[in-house]
Design a protein around this ligand. Structure first.
Ligand code: NDP
Length: 485
């Protein structure tokens, strides 16, 4: 019997599902059991061509519609996503293994937020009038054209919407390639957008591995590339986009610091560290995986952290009582287990977890290492799994220098009850998305993105509009033209 997660076809192009079984089969594995629940096929060159040509053509009429008309369609799509939240959350759980307790509140809902927010902004995308004496200049905010979105596997619905919603609001079309690990959810986003009235060809989904992504990025018809992925992939995609002088947004990885001063509320700080390391089983780019704890509260913090981590419920992700799911894939599980072994070998003190859970599926116990030092592998490299490194510090000056000593710069957090210190420290941290007495909030109203190797550009908020549009400036002369001859 066909599993309910099996999509109607692999791709969504020009307003309909399209299949081409000549592409490489991509098995969809349910991370909670290891069983294959669906199959899709990687896009062949013919499918890539169909998606790009249809998106290029459809964009022209879309850009001529008023922003209000475009926005209405996006807001209708947001309403449909909310009505179907349960069904979409179940699918997200099959695609990623994340527990339903999370997907019900974090995935289709945040996708709907993006569609609603950018739908609301679409009618207000205007230029400005610049007086020049009798003459004047006016500016027009124009669409870029055809945009390519490439997604990571941790938030397949959210990433499809975070890229699609601002792109469409600005009058662009999109071809989106999900990660081969989680190919299911973006198809539903495309289906819902078209059900809401999006004209055919404006939001297309094609499946495939890196080669398909690369074919999209290098095509001369593409005007912009927005990638969510790792730093090594980001460097390749950025270079390929640069060769064609294309616009880019790069949302890449991190190794973010979470700094806890000894005057912090311990339970809030522990809660922040749990949210910043164990939500989505640690598969979140902005996670605060280097938890710097001031020496005065170290043992108290560790004791409370171990106690609360003991409340993680590992189990069937479709059961709403489960609050901690498996790694997205066997491969990711093995990568994370490798890092845990390195942590042990390099002398970090294991506080809890530290191994694969004794159950089917790709589960790893939530793991905390203490006495981690700055040079250990687990403190330097992005793990993308449930492994928290706790490091000690003495002074504010010291911790700021150590927090910034990384190639990454996605996020940073500070817990303290001294509000001048909170702002002083945050002001010196090299990171794009920061938190005070909180961690990992990502509302659509706030800009999201990194500095240094963690990325270029911003998603969400009004900032995203700047990255999916460009400004044309028009000088208007009211008098005669003076010329030298
Ligand atoms: P990858 O970088 O491996 O892949 C990201 C996407 O790029 C996938 O769809 C992948 O396809 C595609 N891709 C790979 N090579 C190329 C290429 N040469 N040209 C075009 N596309 C290509 O990341 P993961 O999927 O493993 O996701 C985890 C990473 O994503 C982590 O490092 C994490 O930090 C980062 N991330 C960043 C976020 C942010 O907003 N800053 C949010 C979430 C994750 P395929 O995998 O199918 O081969």
């Amino acid at each position: 019997m066909t599993h309910p997660a099996q999509p109607k076809a692999s791709h969504f192009i020009n307003g309909e599902y399209v299949e081409d079984t000549a592409g490489t089969p991509i098995p969809v594995i349910y991370a909670a059991t290891g069983e294959q629940i669906a199959t899709v096929y990687a896009a062949t060159p013919a499918i890539v061509e169909q998606a790009l040509s249809t998106a290029k053509e459809a964009q022209k009429a879309w850009a001529k519609m008023t922003g209000t008309e475009r926005g209405r369609i996006l807001r209708r799509a947001a309403d449909i996503m909310r009505e179907r939240n349960h069904e979409l959350s179940v699918l997200e759980t099959y695609d990623t293994g994340k527990p339903l307790q999370e997907t019900l509140v974090a995935d289709a809902t945040s996708g709907a937020d993006a569609l609603e927010y950018f739908g609301g902004l679409a009618g207000s995308l205007t230029g400005e009038h610049i007086p020049m004496g009798e003459d004047w200049v006016y500016t027009v905010r124009e669409a870029l054209g055809l945009c390519v979105g490439i997604g990571a596997w941790n938030y397949p619905t959210q990433i499809a919407c975070w890229k699609g919603a601002p792109a469409l609001a600005c009058g662009n079309s999109m071809v989106f390639k999900p990660s081969e690990t989680t190919p299911l959810c973006a198809l539903k986003v495309a289906e819902i957008l078209h059900e809401a009235g999006l004209p055919a060809g404006l939001y297309n989904v094609v499946q495939g591995m890196g080669e398909v992504g690369s074919a999209l990025v290098t095509d001369p018809r593409v005007d912009k590339v927005s990638l969510t992925g790792s730093v090594p992939t980001g460097k390749k995609v950025y270079a390929a986009a640069a060769a064609g002088m294309k616009h880019v947004t790069m949302e890449l990885g991190g190794k973010s610091p979470l700094i806890i001063f000894d005057d912090a509320d311990i339970d809030n700080a522990v809660g922040g560290a749990i949210n910043g390391n164990f939500y989505s089983s640690g598969q979140v780019c902005s996670n605060g995986t280097r938890v710097f704890v001031q020496k005065g509260i170290k043992e108290k913090f560790l004791a409370r952290l171990a106690e609360r981590t003991g409340n993680a419920v590992l189990g069937d992700p479709q059961d709403e009582a489960t609050n901690f799911g498996p790694m997205v894939s066997e491969n990711q599980m093995n990568i994370v287990l490798g890092y845990i072994e390195k942590g042990k070998a390099e002398g970090a003190r294991l506080i809890c977890g530290g191994k694969r859970a004794d159950m089917p599926g790709f589960y790893i116990e939530p793991t905390v290492f203490a006495d981690v030092t700055d040079d250990m592998t687990i403190a330097r490299e992005e793990i993308f799994g449930p492994v928290m490194s706790v490091l000690d510090f003495d002074t504010e000056e010291e911790v700021i220098a150590r927090a910034n000593d990384t190639e990454y710069g996605l996020s940073a957090g500070v817990f303290t009850n001294d509000f001048t210190r909170a702002h002083r420290v945050i002001g010196q941290l090299e990171a794009g998305s920061c938190f005070i007495n909180s961690y990992n909030d990502a509302p659509v109203e706030a800009p999201f993105g990194g500095v240094k190797a963690s990325g270029v550009g911003r998603e969400n908020s009004k900032e995203a509009i700047k990255h999916f549009s460009q400004v044309k400036s028009v000088y208007v002369r009211m008098g005669d033209v003076e010329a030298a001859f």
